[in-house]
Design a protein around this ligand. Structure first.
Ligand code: S3P
Length: 167
């Protein structure tokens, strides 16, 4: 098969999608692309502003369009936003692709991301919100993933190695 992404990274915020994605791109000699960045560029505003001004549902629709474009055009490493898998249309777009789920447990998420208010979904009580977020999404990440790589005790280099040997 030719064309399409070489690797698609999914997983919660803070799981290392962009860091690992950049490393993978370097190792594969392929370009890196990130749908969050595509959306910010296309909209000319930050994701947190899209959430506040137009709501999450609108953001998910923009994200689905961004994923559709990237999946059709991008022959490299592609990282998706942490909530992209919530949308059924987005999940369908990932069918048959080499998707790696970078998993992370709740305590590690609290340590890594904690109360980062630049991330619009974690404004209050981060531990409880992380628990709920993981419970709501874990099965969706698993559903789209061809491989699952636990990131908790691994450096980004080790995660990249694990993705490459598993795919
Ligand atoms: C989101 C994760 C973010 C971004 C948006 C929503 C989420 O992406 O798409 O803030 O719902 O988990 P990262 O996972 O790249 O931070």
């Amino acid at each position: 098969m030719t064309g399409g992404p070489l690797v698609v990274l999914v997983g919660p915020m803070g799981s290392g999608k962009s860091t690992v994605g950049a490393l993978l791109a370097e190792r594969l000699g392929a370009p890196y692309r990130d749908t969050d960045a595509d959306i910010v560029a296309a909209e000319g505003r930050e994701i947190s502003d899209i959430f506040v001004e137009d709501g999450e549902e609108h953001f998910r629709a923009l994200e689905r369009d961004a994923v559709a474009r990237a999946v059709a055009e991008h022959e490299g490493v592609l990282a998706l936003g942490g909530g992209a898998v919530l949308d059924a249309g987005t999940r369908e777009l990932l069918a048959g692709l080499p998707v790696a789920y970078l998993s992370m447990d709740v305590e590690e998420a609290v340590r890594r991301v904690g109360l980062n208010t630049a991330r619009p979904l974690l404004a209050v009580n981060p531990r409880r919100q992380w628990r709920e977020l993981m419970e709501a999404r874990r099965h969706l990440y698993n559903e789209v993933a061809r491989v699952v790589v636990a990131t908790d005790d691994r450096t980004p280099e080790e995660v990249a190695d694990a993705v490459l040997s598993a795919l």
